[in-house]
Write a protein that binds this ligand. Structure first.
Ligand code: COA
Length: 385
């Protein structure tokens, strides 16, 4: 049975900052941000937005009256959860008008959460071929104003509808994974911003890639020649490049050049949005599907990494008619219609927090789903009529 991603949705906040302007404000050479880190723009979510509202926005794009009733599993992968107890997925069942007969929950393991969800969804559909699963990656990456990690912030959400006979990506059920207790990045429950040993995180990430890529080749008797594209977890676009570069000189030059070209297509959107945390790998997939010279039935590998740390490499096959199931024009328009805000406006938004008793003013809302108020310490959400 063929199982995989049938539809993909992507949500990006409507505001962004220009990283050259950020560099100037922080007295840093702009080339460090645009070349050294590899980022150009960074999404800035509004105060009425969080992991729940952004998840609803991307999921809304993959649902219709036909497939809604078949959803049996809803998983939100996030590391910017709004509640220590209640899962973001439970809000979505109401906001998205999903059937009550679903399993809905949240998965946390840094940027690996959505991949854990996707593999679980694969198993769910294998056992229940008449059902579909909704897996959503939704995050706001926050390191703090004037911190080394600031340039690697971002926000957004990717939704994946997983089903039998998928139209976008068939998962090959070939995968290798590993876990090590590593202190490269974490966010304690008391903190709104992450703590990172950034350079150490790079080292662990590259080491995980090298270890898993060797395991994958040994387990399935394949080489780089069996893939025309390798997708990576891309919290910032230079990071995936560091992993890809470990292949240079170890595989034929032609193959390395092909993989590098395809990598460039896969980072185009991330460069202009920033860090989606667990959605980053899947934004890379969307970017490649939109910007790459994609061949029918192309074989790809995907490297997922979540600090802490869990890593996985799995393989998949791009389906020939995927363009009908990914709203390319819509995504391009959402990206191009965004509004640039000043660095001081971003700092102002970053420093604010919605508190108990606050009610969102409707005229401030520029999205479909929003946090309407916090009442008796409970977050309440609404959809614009
Ligand atoms: N022009 C071009 N490149 C420049 C430059 C300039 N003027 N100045 C610096 N650079 C390059 C550096 O050579 C370096 O490249 P390299 O990584 O290939 O060696 C890169 O820019 C970053 O410079 P660096 O001095 O290492 O930056 P930093 O100390 O500010 O830290 C991060 C950068 C990425 C480590 C930091 O932003 C961070 O910690 N981010 C969080 C990342 C993280 O932990 N993610 C975990 C999730 S997987």
């Amino acid at each position: 049975m063929d199982i995989g991603i049938d539809r993909l949705g992507f949500y990006v906040p409507k505001k962004y900052i220009d990283l050259v302007e950020l560099a100037n404000k922080r007295n840093v050479d702009p080339n460090k941000f645009t070349i050294g880190i590899g980022q150009s723009k960074q999404a800035v979510p509004d105060l009425y937005q969080d992991a729940v509202t952004m998840a609803a926005e991307s999921a809304d794009q993959v649902l219709n009256d036909d497939n809604r009733k078949d959803i049996g599993l809803v998983i939100v992968g996030t590391e910017s959860s709004v509640d220590e107890s209640k899962a973001a997925a439970t809000y979505l069942v109401e906001l998205l008008n999903l059937p009550e007969e679903v399993r809905a929950f949240e998965i946390k393991e840094a940027c690996y959460g959505a991949t854990a969800g996707l593999q679980m969804a694969y198993n769910f559909v294998a056992m229940n071929p008449d059902k579909k699963a909704l897996v959503i990656a939704s995050d706001i990456a926050r390191y703090g104003v004037n911190t080394p990690g600031e340039v690697t912030q971002g926000a957004g959400s990717v939704a994946m509808l997983v089903s039998e006979n998928p139209h976008i990506l068939k998962l090959n059920n070939k995968s290798v994974y590993m876990t090590r207790n590593v202190g490269d990045f974490w966010r304690p429950t008391f903190s709104k911003t992450a703590f990172a040993r950034g350079k150490y995180s790079n080292e662990v990430y590259v080491d995980f890639f090298k270890t898993l890529w060797k395991k994958f080749q040994d387990k399935y008797d394949v080489t780089a020649d069996d893939f025309s594209t390798m997708l990576f977890h891309i919290p910032y676009t230079k990071m995936g490049m560091k992993a890809l570069r470990t292949l240079e000189g170890n595989i034929p030059d032609d193959k390395y050049n092909e993989l590098s070209d395809h990598y460039q297509a896969s980072i185009e959107i991330s460069r202009n949005v920033g860090n989606l945390y667990t959605g980053s790998l899947y934004l890379g997939l969307i970017s490649y599907l939109i910007n790459g010279d994609v061949k029918p039935n192309e074989q790809i590998s995907l490297f997922s990494y979540g600090s802490g740390a869990v890593g996985e490499i799995y393989s998949a096959e791009i389906q020939p008619d995927y363009t009908g199931f990914l709203n390319i024009d819509f995504i391009k328009k959402e990206l191009s219609d965004r509004q640039k805000i000043s660095i001081s406006d971003y700092e102002d938004i970053f420093g604010k927090e919605v508190k108990n008793g606050d009610v969102t003013v409707l005229s401030d809302v520029h999205d479909k789903y929003y946090l309407s108020e916090i009442k008796e310490n409970e977050r309440l959400y609404k959809k614009l009529k």
